[in-house]
Design a protein around this ligand. Structure first.
Ligand code: UD1
Length: 426
């Protein structure tokens, strides 16, 4: 196993290009199961999660060729309909094959994902949605066994709370259903908009893109897709926070500033100067370049898009640990997403939690000191990277495979911004 070593205290400066979005790539890859033929996806990030998903596709009979950017997928010989526990347990997003397999083959057997580091994360919304489309579902021996006689039937589906992969799963299935499907209280994350664009390019009929009500008129046939993955807003947000935390100044390009409304707002509250251009963001920490810099406090509450993203909560907590005041962080999406708190405390952060609320007493920009810490999940790990970059001295982060699930070329990108960071064997 590898660990990440950071010698912190260096302001990040320069230019950085953002990769394609992990959370868009996975559903778009799943969507290629809907119809036989050769599909082309571009701007696909080279991540552990992408590779795991491709392994799952392979186990279903799909062939592919990936050069680190373009992915050619041939789903003509789709012959299996089972996603095994071995694959699903390493990546919950595997559940995204359920909708397309049902639509194309009329059956699917997908392992239940079980819990994960950030909470219970059930898939009951997905299951109830498919039942509305007249799918027979049995839960047996840890698997969802789903089957339909003939075609899926359109239905009206109302999510109790917006679910990202739930919306995507039903949306994909509905494109080939008989009749009209309406998804109410749908999630509005930009990754779903990316999926809608791909499906429409395949011949699907969908209204309501980027709204909480999607109406899908089922069609008999789709055609193979060619589509580009949108930039990763969570990766962009992570680097913006890292630049601010180290008192630096940088331009982040190849991103979509309009996908980060709440984070940019909070970074401005924290005192950063931010200029947005069509596809880039320039950020400068307050007082950067002048020796002393400072970070103001800002409160956040995680919410479905366009609210503050839960996938950027841990990173913002690392930033607030360095502020000159007190901030309050509320996590409303997942029940157990404060795993990073104990690790941030090891670097000297002053954080108290009570249920879903964390009160962070900033220790100032010079207040953290490097220490050995452990990565627990993907985004928690990136908060430790940010804290390590800002802390003085050496931080060692073990179990960095979590980071490799979602950050492409992390060490190279940080090094290009001037950070002293490298990997070593544990
Ligand atoms: C997706 C993202 C993940 C992000 C999350 C919230 C992907 C591959 N993953 O995960 O990075 O953190 O959105 O933005 O896109 N829920 C249920 N029952 C369900 C489904 C969800 O109770 O059947 C609950 C969840 O426990 C959670 C909330 O709904 O409290 C939202 O979860 P959801 O949007 O479904 O998260 P994911 O799609 O798994």
């Amino acid at each position: 196993m590898e660990k990440l070593i950071i010698e912190g205290g260096i302001p990040l400066r320069g230019h950085l290009k953002i990769s394609g979005a992990k959370n868009a790539a996975l559903p778009l890859i799943a969507a290629t199961l809907l119809t036989p033929g050769r599909h082309i996806l571009r701007n696909v990030p080279d991540l552990r999660d992408t590779r795991t998903f491709l392994k799952l596709m392979e186990s279903l009979g799909v062939t592919w060729h990936y050069d680190g950017y373009s992915l050619n997928i041939d789903s003509t010989r789709l012959g299996f309909s089972e996603a095994s526990y071995e694959l699903v347990k390493t990546m919950r997003a595997s559940v995204l094959v359920l909708g397309p397999l049902l639509a194309r083959l009329g059956r699917a057997r997908v392992s239940l994902p079980g819990g994960c580091a950030i909470g219970e994360r059930p898939i009951d919304f997905h299951i109830r949605g498919f039942e509305k489309m007249k799918v027979n579902i049995r839960l047996e021996q840890g698997y969802v066994d789903a089957e339909i006689d003939g075609r899926l039937q359109g239905g009206s589906i109302n999510f109790d709370i917006p679910s990202v992969t739930g919306t995507e799963n039903i949306l994909m299935a509905a494109t080939l259903a008989q009749g009209t499907t309406v998804i109410k209280n749908a999630a509005k994350e930009p990754e779903i908009g990316n999926l809608v664009d791909m499906l429409v390019g395949m011949g699907a009929v969908i209204e309501g893109k980027d709204t909480d009500r999607l109406t899908i008129q089922g069609v008999e046939k789709l055609r193979p897709a060619e589509c580009e993955i949108i930039p990763d807003r969570i990766e962009a947000g992570t680097y913006l926070i890292a630049v601010c935390a180290t008192g630096g100044e940088a331009t982040i390009s190849g991103c979509n500033p309009s996908h980060l409304p709440s984070l940019l707002d909070k970074l401005r509250t924290a005192g950063c100067l931010i200029e947005e251009d069509g596809s880039s963001i320039h950020i400068a920490a307050r007082g950067n370049g002048g020796g002393e810099f400072s970070i103001g406090s800002a409160d956040i509450k995680t919410m479905p898009y366009p609210g503050y993203p839960t996938d950027l909560q841990a990173q913002f907590m690392a930033l607030m640990s360095l502020s000159n005041s007190v901030s309050v962080i509320k996590e409303t999406i997942f029940e157990n997403r404060f795993m990073h708190v104990a690790e941030l405390r090891r670097l000297g952060a002053d954080i108290q939690t009570d249920g879903h609320t964390a009160v962070v007493k900033g220790v100032g920009t010079k207040g953290l000191l490097g220490a050995p810490v452990m990565a627990t999940d993907l985004r928690a790990s990136s908060s430790l990277v940010i804290a390590g970059l800002a802390a003085s001295g050496r931080t060692e982060i073990s179990r960095i495979y979590h980071l490799e699930r979602g950050y492409e070329k992390l060490v190279d990108k940080l090094s290009n911004l001037g950070a002293r960071v490298w990997k070593e064997q544990e």
